[in-house]
Design a protein around this ligand. Structure first.
Ligand SMILES: *Cc1c(COP(=O)(O)O)cnc(C)c1O
Length: 339
């Protein structure tokens, strides 16, 4: 194992030894190749560079207390990447190629998988881009599917401690019938200005409202939003939200733990009625939220008055993490054991 200070790893790019690539050419996917280069060589007229034919996934591999390496619900990531590809007219990566590629990328970089108990994991970044040239606006004839890995620490430097987020109305992330529900880079580019300003003003991220009426809660930058109201887990229903696999799993766990689960439109006004609120996604599992600032009205909604995450968020977080790391029963068959 490498001599790495796992405990203080940031959520950032970290050079590892190998990445895995597969090309789609002449209407079919080729062999899975291994590369030790951090660079890709593509045509300057590639559609990913000009017309945004780009989609990605984010997932994690964990080393358990038992030494086994687990990946969480990879089939869901494979399906979602196919939906993303379909949404922006790219060639879909078959699930088998997706799986073989992530497994190969993990096996080739085992020395970079953080040990159990350090709060770190091996982040997997599958990427699909239009690599063939076009000048007219058309889908490419060639695609590159690539998987690189990077050992990471928690997404928000606070870890599992409450963060502040901001609502504003002068930037939208995604249009109602646009690309908000697929995992494409364009959504992130569209959210960067709002995100940067929120950071500069002291917030971890932006909580986006629906862009049509600016009335309903959508999601929190790179993570879904959820709230606890009494014995109910509530999360927004909207066509412009990316369906988070973490959120889907938390809904299942909440139900399993005896909570009611509601997926419905949530107005910003309802924020004052919640007991706990949080953001959820692969990167952090749950980031509890202690304050939501409405930049336009100046109103603040406060949670976690004792400075700590709420009891339901904490229970959900602990259970999901324990399943991912193999210390709790994998009751729903979510893990795939790599070795
Ligand atoms: C990836 C992503 C999420 C989180 O999804 P997970 O599958 O839980 O990691 C949430 N929102 C957006 C916009 C995303 O891109």
């Amino acid at each position: 194992m490498e001599n790495i200070d796992w405990k203080s790893l940031p959520f950032a790019y970290f050079k590892t030894d190998y990445n895995v690539r597969c090309y789609y050419r002449n209407g079919k996917w080729g062999k899975i190749e291994t590369s030790s280069s951090e660079y890709i060589n593509i045509h300057m007229a590639a559609t990913c560079l000009h017309y945004g034919q780009e989609a990605f996934e984010g997932m994690k591999a964990f080393r358990g207390e038992d030494g086994k390496i687990r990946i969480f619900r990879w089939e869901e990531n494979a399906k979602r990447m196919q939906r993303s590809a379909d949404g922006i007219m790219m060639a879909e990566v078959p699930a088998e190629i997706f799986k073989k590629s992530i497994v190969k990328a993990i096996r080739l970089n085992t020395k970079h998988i953080p040990p159990f108990g350090e709060g770190a994991a091996l982040y997997l970044r599958p990427l699909l881009i239009g690599s063939g040239p076009q000048v007219g606006v058309k889908p490419a004839d060639e695609y590159l599917f690539l998987v690189f890995v990077s050992p990471v620490g928690p997404y928000f430097k606070e870890g599992f401690s409450p963060v502040k987020v901001q609502i504003s109305r002068d930037y939208d992330r995604a249009a109602p019938r646009g690309t908000g529900s697929i995992k494409v880079g364009g959504n992130y580019a569209a959210g960067m200005k709002a995100g940067k300003r929120a950071h500069d003003e002291g917030f971890a991220t932006v909580l986006f409202l629906d862009s049509k009426e600016q009335k309903y809660l959508d999601e929190a930058g790179p993570a879904n939003f959820f709230a606890i109201k009494g014995n109910t887990y509530v999360t927004p229903k909207s066509d412009s939200i990316l369906p988070s696999i973490t959120n889907m799993s938390l809904m299942t766990l909440a139900e399993d733990m005896g909570y009611k689960v509601e997926r419905r439109p949530i107005t910003a006004d309802e924020l004052s009625e919640f007991d706990e609120v949080g953001a959820c996604g692969t990167a952090a599992v749950i980031s509890p939220i202690k304050l939501i600032n409405d930049r336009d009205t100046g109103k603040n909604y406060e949670y976690c008055k004792d400075g700590k995450a709420g009891p339901v968020s904490t229970k959900l977080y602990n259970r999901l993490k324990a399943i991912q790391e193999g210390t709790a029963e994998d009751k729903f068959g979510w893990n795939y054991i790599v070795e």
